[in-house]
Design a protein around this ligand. Structure first.
Ligand SMILES: C[S@@+](CC[C@H](N)C(=O)[O-])C[C@H]1O[C@@H](n2cnc3c(N)ncnc32)[C@H](O)[C@@H]1O
Length: 165
């Protein structure tokens, strides 16, 4: 049986890959680029989708970006790249504010943190078998064009928006 928790060991049968649920994506609008798309995926999140084989970290980022990076320390280079990009789009991350990367790449540069209420149920590459995350999640944004959407999400009760001045 497939394990239903996060950070499980990678085996042939358990990939440890968890995807953003369609129910959340559908509330976030159109994206031009997903720089860390799953190789096997139930849907395209953006018009252009870079997989591990393309290595989204060495590609040029453009337009409105969706970034739900790989977990653990593999997320940090994506976080650094988004903070340097600073353009439109959203990053989905576990809300672990004690981590050094938060203090290096988020707090000095991000404009918005949207704290999602409740735990996200992530998906398997076939779009099924949702598993509840073992931490809170947030949406990060660096560009002010994301403000209307984040305010709308707050109004709809998805969570709480924090803005940096
Ligand atoms: C947490 S999953 C999220 C997938 C998708 N972005 C989403 O929101 O559903 C992270 C994905 O990043 C991919 N990945 C890991 N390193 C990558 C890299 N250097 N370039 C592009 N994709 C990468 C993994 O294969 C994995 O599918």
């Amino acid at each position: 049986m497939e394990p239903k928790t996060f950070n499980t060991k990678k085996t042939e049968k358990s990939t440890n890959i968890w995807l953003t649920p369609r129910s959340l994506l559908d509330r976030l609008g159109h994206f031009d680029l997903d720089p860390c798309a799953a190789t096997v995926r139930p849907w395209d999140i953006a018009d252009v989708n870079y997989t591990e084989e393309d290595n989204g970290l060495i590609q040029e980022w453009f337009g409105r970006v969706w970034c739900n990076p790989p977990y653990g320390s593999e997320a940090y280079p994506f976080l650094k790249k988004f903070s340097e990009y600073g353009g439109p789009g959203l990053m989905l991350l576990f809300t672990r504010t004690d981590i050094k990367a938060w203090h290096e790449y988020i707090f000095p540069t991000a404009k918005y943190i949207f704290f999602i209420k409740g735990r996200i149920k992530f998906c398997r590459p076939d779009g099924s078998q949702e598993a509840t995350a073992n931490a809170a999640s947030c949406l990060l944004a660096w560009d002010k064009s994301e403000l209307p959407l984040l305010l709308q999400l707050e109004k709809e009760g998805l969570g709480k928006l924090a803005m940096f001045v």
